[in-house]
Write a protein that binds this ligand. Structure first.
Ligand SMILES: NC(=O)c1ccc[n+]([C@@H]2O[C@H](COP(=O)([O-])OP(=O)(O)OC[C@H]3O[C@@H](n4cnc5c(N)ncnc54)[C@H](OP(=O)(O)O)[C@@H]3O)[C@@H](O)[C@H]2O)c1
Length: 232
């Protein structure tokens, strides 16, 4: 049984990973901005009891992440996986540029992942074969960039997340923490839309399968949810 912290766990891929991990017998610390409004997580709590802890955490906010770190420490003395899943996509095209929107996107998608990684590294270090997964996107890949494919703030924030993943892998290698960036597929969530190619359960189970089989030999790599290497 692993103890796994997930950000943005109240809906979408984050919620589905929480559900599947609980069903597989793991302990999940599901973090979200508004636990009071997290009705799907409440239903899981009824089903799985103490195997699920719901902790408030806004990854955009230093104080919130610090408070969450203290709260999580009351639930567990270690973490085996941390999944940086929280993200936004404000879909800014060239003629819609708004600096605050772009900064907010960076703050959540890239800086948020860094906040969480640094805040929880101590607990991860105490885990068994610990893993830090940053849920990135193919839209953050420089080599796959195509005209009209994605938007400035989102794509650039995921490229930044990819670089952060590389450097976290360097810095956390000595602590035995494997760090990867993961493209979850184009998924049928609020963000991906109904016409997306991949179902939420398939994306979530793919990511879980990838993380379950990861070793330190793969630290610093970028993978698809189907466990294939993804080009940077
Ligand atoms: N869906 C796709 O096709 C796709 C493709 C590539 C990559 N991804 C990535 O996969 C991850 C999950 O996406 P999704 O499709 O499941 O999106 P989603 O359905 O829109 O869910 C996003 C989640 O992130 C949370 N979140 C947003 N800002 C947050 C913050 N400041 N602090 C904490 N949580 C925050 C949301 O919480 P609230 O309910 O409070 O807003 C929600 O739980 C994201 O990182 C996304 O970029 C998705």
């Amino acid at each position: 049984m692993n103890t796994i912290l997930i950000t943005g766990a109240n809906r979408g891929i984050g919620f589905e990973m929480s559900k599947q991990l609980l069903e597989a017998g793991h302990r999940v610390i599901a973090t979200c901005r508004q636990p009071d409004a997290a009705s799907q997580l409440d239903a899981l709590r009824t089903q799985f009891g103490d195997k699920l802890s719901i902790v408030q955490m806004d990854v955009a906010d230093d104080a919130s992440v610090q408070t969450a770190t203290t709260a999580v420490s009351t639930h567990t003395d270690h973490l085996d996986w941390v999944i940086n899943n929280a993200g936004i996509n404000l879909r800014q095209k060239f003629d819609q540029f708004n600096s605050q929107d772009m900064l907010d996107t960076f703050n959540i998608n890239a800086v948020g992942a860094m906040r969480v990684a640094t805040a929880f590294a101590n607990l991860l270090e105490k885990g068994t074969e610990p893993k830090l997964a940053n849920i990135s996107s193919q839209l953050g890949s420089l080599s796959k960039a195509r005209k009209g494919w994605g938007t400035y703030g989102y794509n650039a924030s995921k490229s930044a997340m990819n670089m952060i993943s590389r450097h976290l892998a360097f810095d956390l290698e000595a602590n035995g923490i494997c760090v990867v960036a993961v493209h979850p597929g184009w998924v049928q969530t609020d963000m991906g839309g109904k016409t997306a190619a991949v179902t939420v359960p398939d994306s979530a189970s793919g990511i879980i399968n990838l993380l379950s089989n990861l070793t330190m030999a793969s630290t610093g790599e970028f993978f698809t949810y189907q466990s294939d290497p993804h080009p940077w």
